[in-house]
Design a protein around this ligand. Structure first.
Ligand code: GLN
Length: 306
């Protein structure tokens, strides 16, 4: 069996990629994301034995944005089980994350929980289930990650709110098709709060530990069943990168989720999870350096799921 020296692989990737001049474009739809230094670059690897290794800016918190969609789906699965799939599908789309795809089918069932339309339906479900959505969701994330320092970023939240016309349109369309049961404004508010969660790469790999560990988090507490965990990883593999999902599977070969804050979390079930952060995005809205780093990582270690 090949022994992989993770530390030297990560060092090599970091040094090589830090030379890159083209780091993509930082998301510019809100000032809080636009003003982030594009030079940030961090990687944190957490093998299942928790012998974790970080390099670069792996301790700096950033806006996790769409990565939160995995956490809210996990919480909804916990609370509702398979009933959830009556209101959202599990198929990839060939469209960007904010595409108004639900009109295609016309039935108000979004293709999957990671495009914004699907994430809004999940938020609506949580909103119906939770007594105090803002506090209860944060408690869930803090328990899952075993880290009470994780918090929302209220400035990012406020900014999203004032720039959320497209999300507003999506939520209204869902409402008109009877797949949003609560008030549109309240569901959107809750969605923006979730997107505003701040985590470092180190915290991300801690939070997502349960997805490589059959549903049990970093301190062994069960959050999802092994079967639910398998399905969540499958949805990450097929829908985690929107219209770049084929390219990501081809180049990297791991279930993963990206966010417009420049973060990526990727999972190798039973082996490791790895978080990367570089704020510059490619044309499809995914971190340019993050994808390159993960491609180098699975190539050099020969540890992809394929
Ligand atoms: N808050 C962003 C939005 O809803 C999240 C998008 C993303 O990270 N892909 O537009």
């Amino acid at each position: 069996k090949k022994q992989v020296d993770f530390e030297s692989v990560l060092k090599h990737i970091y040094i090589e990629l830090n030379k890159e001049v083209d780091r993509g474009q930082v998301a510019s739809y809100i000032p809080e994301l636009e003003n982030v230094n594009p030079k940030h670059f961090g990687i944190h690897l957490r093998p299942i034995d928790d012998s974790s290794i970080g390099i670069g800016d792996f301790c700096t918190p950033f806006s996790i944005q769409s990565i939160c969609k995995v956490l809210s789906l996990a919480h909804a699965l916990q609370l509702l089980g398979a009933d959830l799939w009556k209101r959202v599908g599990v198929d990839p789309t060939h469209e960007p994350f904010n595409f108004l795809s639900l009109t295609e089918k016309g039935n108000g069932i979004p293709n999957n929980p990671f495009i914004n339309a699907g994430a809004l339906v999940i938020c609506d479900m949580l909103y119906s289930q939770l007594e105090n959505p803002e506090k209860d969701f944060l408690d869930f994330v803090r328990n899952l990650s075993n880290d009470n320092s994780i918090d929302y970023d209220k400035k990012v939240y406020e900014s999203e709110k004032t720039n959320g016309h497209r999300n507003h349109a999506t939520a209204s369309l869902l409402k008109s098709l009877n797949n949003l049961h609560n008030d549109v404004e309240q569901v959107l508010d809750f969605y923006y709060l979730q997107c505003s969660l701040r985590m470092s790469c180190e915290q991300l790999s801690k939070s997502f530990y349960f997805l490589m560990n059959g549903g049990k988090n970093i301190v062994g507490k069960e959050f999802l069943s092994p079967s639910q965990t398998k399905r969540l990883n499958a949805i990450m593999l097929t829908c985690g990168f929107y219209n770049d999902v084929g390219g990501f599977a081809f180049n990297v070969g791991l279930p993963a989720k990206s966010g417009v804050g420049g973060g990526i979390i990727a999972i190798h079930p039973k082996k490791y999870c790895i978080a990367t952060w570089s704020p510059g995005l490619n044309q499809k809205g995914n971190s340019l350096l993050g994808i390159k780093a993960l491609e180098m990582f699975t190539t050099e270690t020969e540890l992809s799921i394929f």
